[in-house]
Every structure is written in structure tokens, then in C-alpha cells.
Ligand binder design. Structure first.
Ligand code: SF4
Length: 404
């Protein structure tokens, strides 16, 4: 048995100790998980056993809930949620999925109630996003509240971070943090964010989070140009010098009008190329590479927008994921569970990215408002295409014969 398999078995045993009931899952599911875990070097940060930061730590109560409620219990609720704490942000990224969203901000009490409802529905992983979530005065309280039963991850530009705040967030139970960094050249990163000094702010924040003992990642949005010209690995080499725990990669998505363009959407070949880069880098170890298109690819967990993933923006609008400019209702007007049931009845788990496959319908159905209002979102969902579910979903649901 090689070192990789032994390390994967040890990680699997950690998850078995946390949640012995996983042994009741079908052998094909445990075999899938073993093979998936083998693709990573499991890391330990502050007592947490982490595969990558899109999943709760393997030794956490949140992971045990994931096993109980989603693997064995087959919950119809979401497992993953992102919540916008504010839309305010000093930076102005051209690709920001929130740039055209407007409205009246949810107050802290509403955010806490929404988190409670999401937890009841089955959410085990919560991403706090924005805008710049550090601008929320209640971020520590919200993190503490959400961390009780969920793995809480923060997405930030790093602007405004102080050592005291990083330490308070850690004390509140924050699981992991992603600081945004899109290029190894300061000028290019700053221009993309229309914010001189964004690069140095990000590096400063990374240092502070690391000193606080937090699991520290970089969230990078890869441009089509970087992917096409082979710059991804140059970028990863740079990120490795920062001694971060994980590079969380995604590519620009067609979630805002400027990117509703065939030429700007990643091809399947490019997605596979990035997934191969991830596997290659993770074999080497030292820094985890976690590319969204690997996790969400057809061989793994697939696209679960609206079927396991939910996004509630800072104004309370409910979307299938952060990258889908749709709303199926506002938590001020309807319980989030009702909105979820409505949205879920219109979405199917898919082996390809819903946004990439259906962005032309965003163009067709918009009247200029982003997100598209509920009626337009429902009409769009009726026309949308969904590819067959990804391998993991097929195994869990047993809907199709596994051909793997
Ligand atoms: S629509 Fe795309 S970005 Fe959103 S959850 Fe699906 S795969 Fe991920």
C-alpha cells in the first residue's frame, strides 16, 4: 500500500471516528470517498483535520452532520450556503457577482434567524461573503452563532483587517479564511479591482490570519487569459511562496453582464486542464490546490446550485449559488425554507456548471434588473438545461446505474 493510500485511509478513519455511521453508507460511497481523499494531502490546522476548505473538517460536528443528514439521511435541504453580510466594499472587481445587486441590507437579527433556519434545513458549511464582510460590525457575533454546528468560512479582500479582529474571529470558531488575490503582479491585481494597494492589503491580511493560527487560503479568480496562456502554474508557484494552506481557484463566471460572452466562458477542455493541474500539485503536497471546477466536475460532486447550494445576498434575495444572477424570493417576505422548496423543485443536480451552460438565458430573460426577479427566474429555470447528475450524486441517490 503506498503512502498516499495510507494517508487517505488515515483521513477516512478520522471521519469514521467522528461519524461511525458513515460505515452504513453503501461500500461504493466509501470507495468513492477514499479515492477522492487520496487526491489531497490532508492537513491539520489548530486541531482541525482538513481535506480542503469546501468541506467541513473531517473531525468536526459539521462533518458528522453532513454524513448523517446528507449521505445517510438524504436530506432535501441544502448542505452548503453562502451569506452576504454587506454589499459595501472598497474594491470594485469587474467580475464581482454582487456588483449589480442592490436593496435594503438585512439587519443582524435577520441574518442570525436565517442562519438558524439554514442549519435546521441541513446546512453544514457556511461561507460569509460580501461586499467586504469585514465591514460588518457584527461579523464576530455572526461567526460565533453560525459556528455552533457548521463550518464557517470567510471570503475577504483583507481590507480593514486588524490582528485583534483576526484573533476574535478565530475565538468565535471561524473554520477557514480565503483572502482574494488574482495575480502575482501587484499592478494587475490592483487594476482588476480598481483599487491601488489591493495587492499589498491582501498580503498584509494573509500574514495576520496566519499569525492568528487560522487556516489561511487564497481565493483566486483566474482570467481566461491566464488559463489560455498557461499562467496558472506560475501563479501557483507564487502562491506557494506565501506559505498559505490552500489555493482556492475558480475562473471568471458569466454571472454579470460583462461576462455573458461565449469567448469568456471556460471550455470543458480548459476545465479538465485546471483539474489536472490540481491533481498534479496535490501529489507534490506543501500547498493544497482546490479548484472549484474539480470539486464540481462530473467525476466528483457536480453542480449543486439550487439542489444542495443556496446563496442569500446581503439584501435577503435567495439564489441557487453566488454565480447565478437569479432570485426566487426574499427572506424578508417568505421563510427561507419555502423559497428553498420552490427553487429546489426547479433545479436538478448536474454534472456541468449551471451558470456556464445557461448564461445565454440570463441575457434572454433580464429586463435590466439583477438578480432577475422571481417570475423571470422561474421562466428561465423552465427553459434551462441540466446535464445528468455527477458521480457522487448518482451514488448517493442511486438514481442511475453506476458505470464508472
Ligand atoms: S452554477 Fe456553477 S458556480 Fe454555481 S454551484 Fe453550479 S457549478 Fe458551482
Amino acid at each position: 500500500m503506498n503512502k498516499k493510500t495510507l494517508s487517505a485511509l488515515s483521513a477516512l478513519m478520522t471521519s469514521v471516528r467522528t461519524s461511525p455511521r458513515i460505515l452504513k453508507a453503501k461500500p461504493s460511497i466509501n470507495f468513492f470517498l477514499l479515492n477522492y481523499i487520496r487526491r489531497f494531502q490532508v492537513r491539520k490546522v489548530g486541531g482541525q483535520v482538513i481535506l480542503h476548505s469546501h468541506l467541513p473538517p473531517l473531525n468536526s460536528r459539521a462533518y458528522a452532520r453532513f454524513v448523517d443528514e446528507h449521505l445517510l439521511g438524504k436530506s432535501e435541504g441544502p448542505s452548503h450556503a453562502q451569506i452576504g453580510l454587506t454589499n459595501a466594499c472598497p474594491q470594485r472587481c469587474v467580475y464581482c457577482y454582487n456588483r449589480d445587486r442592490t436593496g435594503r441590507r438585512m439587519d443582524p437579527a435577520m441574518i442570525l434567524r436565517t442562519i438558524d433556519a439554514l442549519r435546521e434545513m441541513g446546512v453544514v458549511w457556511i461561507g460569509l461573503t460580501g461586499g467586504e464582510p469585514l465591514l460588518s460590525k457584527e461579523i464576530v457575533e455572526i461567526t460565533r452563532h453560525a459556528s455552533q454546528d457548521c463550518a464557517v468560512k470567510l471570503f475577504t479582500t483583507g481590507c480593514g483587517l486588524t490582528p485583534g479582529l483576526a484573533s476574535d474571529l478565530k475565538g468565535a470558531g471561524l473554520f477557514s479564511v480565503c483572502v482574494s488575490l488574482d495575480h502575482w503582479e501587484a499592478g494587475i491585481h490592483d487594476r482588476g479591482r480598481d483599487y491601488p494597494g489591493a495587492f499589498s492589503e491582501a498580503l498584509r491580511a494573509i500574514g495576520i490570519f496566519k499569525s492568528a493560527g487560522l487556516d489561511t487560503c487564497v481565493s483566486a479568480v483566474l482570467s481566461k487569459e491566464m488559463i489560455r496562456t498557461g499562467g496558472t502554474e506560475t501563479f501557483l508557484e507564487f502562491l506557494r511562496t506565501l506559505e498559505i494552506d490552500e489555493a482556492w481557484l475558480s475562473e471568471t463566471k458569466p454571472s454579470v453582464q460583462a461576462f455573458w460572452n461565449e469567448d469568456l466562458v471556460i471550455t470543458e477542455e480548459e476545465r479538465r486542464g485546471l483539474a489536472a493541474i490540481q491533481d498534479r500539485w496535490n501529489k507534490r503536497g506543501r500547498m493544497t490546490v482546490n479548484y472549484l471546477g474539480h470539486f464540481e466536475g462530473g467525476d466528483h460532486f457536480g453542480c449543486n446550485a439550487g439542489s444542495k447550494m443556496i446563496y442569500i445576498d446581503a439584501f435577503g434575495e435567495v439564489s441557487p449559488c453566488v454565480f447565478t444572477p437569479l432570485t426566487f424570493g426574499n427572506v424578508r417576505e417568505r421563510p427561507v425554507g419555502d423559497i428553498w422548496n420552490d427553487m429546489r423543485s426547479r433545479f436538478a443536480p448536474s454534472s456541468t456548471c449551471f451558470a456556464n451552460a445557461n448564461f445565454r438565458l440570463f441575457q434572454k430573460h433580464t429586463d435590466g434588473r439583477i438578480p432577475l426577479p422571481p417570475e423571470a427566474s422561474r421562466a428561465l429555470a423552465r427553459e434551462a438545461s441540466f446535464s445528468p447528475p455527477a458521480r457522487f450524486v448518482r451514488l448517493v441517490n442511486g438514481r442511475r446505474k453506476e458505470t464508472g
